[in-house]
Design a binder for this molecule. Structure first.
Ligand SMILES: Nc1nc2c(ncn2[C@@H]2O[C@@H]3COP(=O)(O)O[C@H]3[C@H]2O)c(=O)[nH]1
Length: 635
């Protein structure tokens, strides 16, 4: 018998954001146009106008700086390519250990060629990681733009060998040594405590687990591979059954830790089978205001399952529940622990898609197969995202970029992983589709997932705008384009949510951006300014994105579906105001700090007390003499 109870949120996973203007009436925008106009009207050259100017060049610059500007391959954009004239020969002096070296290259060489120079000079392996430090011991980007130096200002080069510095358990000797010493100290401590009190206290168990956890992480977290720490613990990609009888058929490598965690989540999810959602929660789930931070992974799996049930897809497409659950387990397993592109992002995008389906009454426009395409595409759209974008994949010449010839490597991968999961009997939710519908489903899914590559943003939005005036719901191409837009809107819909739900996402995104740009600096790859911790701030990241990407996209959809204006577009406009104000304030603070520094410098030069003492050098003795007060005019 089924229990009837309310599945209530178990935890709030967002960080505290005291300054989020939730329910702040003064921030309430009236209407998109009015808000934008208001900014234009006050455009009088003051700081305020900086954030509101909607000039073409600002937009172009923003779009170019992002890696989805059309026409150029990803990764090329956003990189400072300015040169100061003709190519010239650059000499860089450096030392490695006690050895002094120098390399020469032309200033128009590319980063790979420059790195190759360093590699040749140091006889290092192509898989080794080169780290170049300047005289203040700051890490430098190895690129043709390295500042030329002299033998007196040698840089320091360190080679992190991916192979030679690993010990048998995959860790660098230093890290291994540190871990061993911590473990040893813990053991001694434990012995002492056991002698004194006769038992191992929980704190020691806890500490032990943490050290073990750290060791496992260092050995198994794939994105640490550039540090040479990654060890393939569970590299089997063969089909194997886990203890739940679920087939592990996803070809992508998952760590032991990840697999175990997904299993635990699944076990909890299985227990929720006896739970039924209250009508109130089911209704909330249909709203864009749904708070996605309050749910555990197992609960999110349950809510995803509920979406298939409430859209009647389970019933109409003969989807077997155990199969749907196995599919969702594989999906959970395939998302990584990245700061942004993780399972919660998958849930967030799918929940927004689900909300839009109800808000725009899409069931009237689309058939069951198309509804299934929308829901499954949203769930699968970022499967196995590594946390490094397409630009990185292409520039670092990763396996994915090579496999997909630099063409949307990530999106191609997400779609491929989705069909790999669906190719397993146990998780094949499309098993009962007719061959014709199977073909439609596959083609639609691929189109939708590939449309989430932001390098194609302008192309897709322009095509959509072209059909708005003549939209024909009987035209399959028109419907397809609309579905692609719905997935794109859902994919970048954080700002359409209440501020306390959306704001933590910006931090997650920046964390992932910075993780990538730090790695790019280490590896001497091009760094996009919008990802660079030295160039981007939270409000600056949002203002451009909302103005030039979100609002035009949402406006396009709103011209076809007026019903999204209030619940979706209004929060976005409100967010633009919020981040514009924050940006303005940060600029003002920066100016104030600068002025203070200048003021301090001026006062220190006119203050006789701090005037630097003059020194003179005696010609005879070459000794430094104190300044003489009776300086006689030169004869
Ligand atoms: N600055 C900014 N970028 C975003 C936001 N939401 C999504 N994006 C970007 O848009 C991209 C959409 O595709 P991805 O998920 O690959 O990566 C996403 C981010 O790079 C946002 O709120 N702010």
């Amino acid at each position: 018998m089924k229990m009837f109870c309310c599945l209530t949120p178990t935890a709030d996973r967002r960080k505290a954001h005291d300054n989020s203007p939730v329910n702040n009436e003064s921030n309430k925008p009236k209407d998109v146009e009015i808000v934008l106009e208001k900014h234009k009207d006050v455009d009088n050259g003051s700081v305020k106008s900086k954030v509101a100017v909607d000039s073409h060049s600002t937009k172009e610059r923003f779009m170019e700086s992002f890696d989805f500007y059309p026409g150029l391959p990803p990764g090329v954009k956003g990189v400072d390519t300015s040169t100061d004239g003709r190519p010239h020969l650059k000499t860089i002096y450096f030392k490695m250990g006690d050895t002094e070296e120098q390399v020469e290259f032309w200033s128009d060489a590319n980063s790979e060629e420059v790195k190759e120079c360093f590699r040749s000079a140091t006889e290092s392996d192509p898989s080794d990681i080169l780290k170049l430090y300047n005289t203040s011991n700051s890490l430098m980007n190895i690129s043709p733009r390295i500042l030329a130096n002299s033998p007196d200002t040698r840089y320091t080069l360190k080679v992190v060998g991916a192979k030679q510095c690993l010990s048998s358990d995959g860790l660098t000797p230093e890290i291994n040594e540190t871990l061993l010493s911590i473990e040893k100290r813990l053991l001694n401590l434990e012995k002492k405590i056991v002698l004194n009190s006769g038992d191992t206290p929980p704190a020691v168990w806890d500490m032990r687990a943490k050290v073990e956890n750290l060791r496992e992480k260092l050995e198994s977290v794939e994105h640490m591979s550039w540090l040479g720490l990654y060890k393939d613990i569970d590299g089997k990609s063969t089909k194997a059954k886990n203890s739940n009888g679920l087939v592990q058929c996803c070809g992508t490598k998952k760590t032991k830790e990840k697999y175990q965690y997904s299993q635990q989540v699944f076990e909890k999810f299985e227990k929720l089978r006896s739970v039924e959602l209250t009508d109130a929660t089911r209704e909330l789930l249909k709203k864009p205001t749904f708070d996605i931070w309050q749910w555990e992974d197992s609960e999110m799996l349950y809510l995803l399952q509920q979406m298939f049930v409430d859209l009647k897809l389970v019933e109409r497409l003969y989807i077997e529940l155990p199969m749907l659950q196995a599919f969702l387990f594989q999906v959970h397993l395939s998302y990584n622990y990245t700061p942004y592109h993780n399972f919660r992002h998958c849930f967030c995008v799918t929940q927004m898609m689900y909300g839009l389906i109800w808000l725009c009454n899409l069931q009237e426009k689309l058939d069951d197969i198309e509804m299934l395409i929308l829901l499954v595409s949203a769930i699968c759209h970022d499967l196995d995202h590594p946390g490094y974008n397409n630009a990185y994949q292409v520039n670092a010449k990763t396996e994915l970029a090579l496999r997909y010839n630099d063409i949307s490597p990530l999106e191609n991968h997400h779609a491929a992983v989705a069909f790999e999961i669906l190719s397993c009997d146990a998780s094949n939710v499309i098993k009962h589709l007719t061959p014709e519908n199977h073909k439609r489903f596959r083609s639609g899914m691929i189109k939708c997932i590939l449309a989430t590559d932001m390098a194609r943003h302008n192309e897709i939005v322009t095509a959509f705008k072209g059909v708005i005036g003549c939209y024909d719901n009987d035209n399959a191409d028109h419907r397809m384009l609309m579905m692609m837009i719905f997935l794109k809107v859902s994919d970048i819909s954080n700002e359409a949510r209440p501020m306390d739900v959306s704001e933590p996402w910006v931090e997650c995104l920046l964390q992932e951006f910075f993780m990538q740009s730090d790695a790019e600096k280490l590896e001497g790859l091009p760094v996009a300014p919008f990802m660079d911790r030295e160039k981007v701030t939270k409000p600056s990241a949002q203002v451009g994105f909302i103005k030039f990407v979100l609002i035009p996209l949402y406006e396009a959809l709103a011209s076809m579906f007026q019903e999204i204006r209030e619940p979706i577009l209004t929060p976005v406009v409100k967010a633009l105001e919020y981040y514009s104000d924050m940006n303005e304030k940060m600029e003002q603070d920066k100016e104030a700090v600068k002025l203070k520094q200048v003021g301090r410098r001026i006062s220190s030069t006119i203050d006789p007390k701090v005037e630097p003492k003059r020194v003179s050098v005696s010609r005879k003795t070459s000794e430094v003499q104190p300044p003489s007060d009776d300086i006689s005019p030169s004869s």
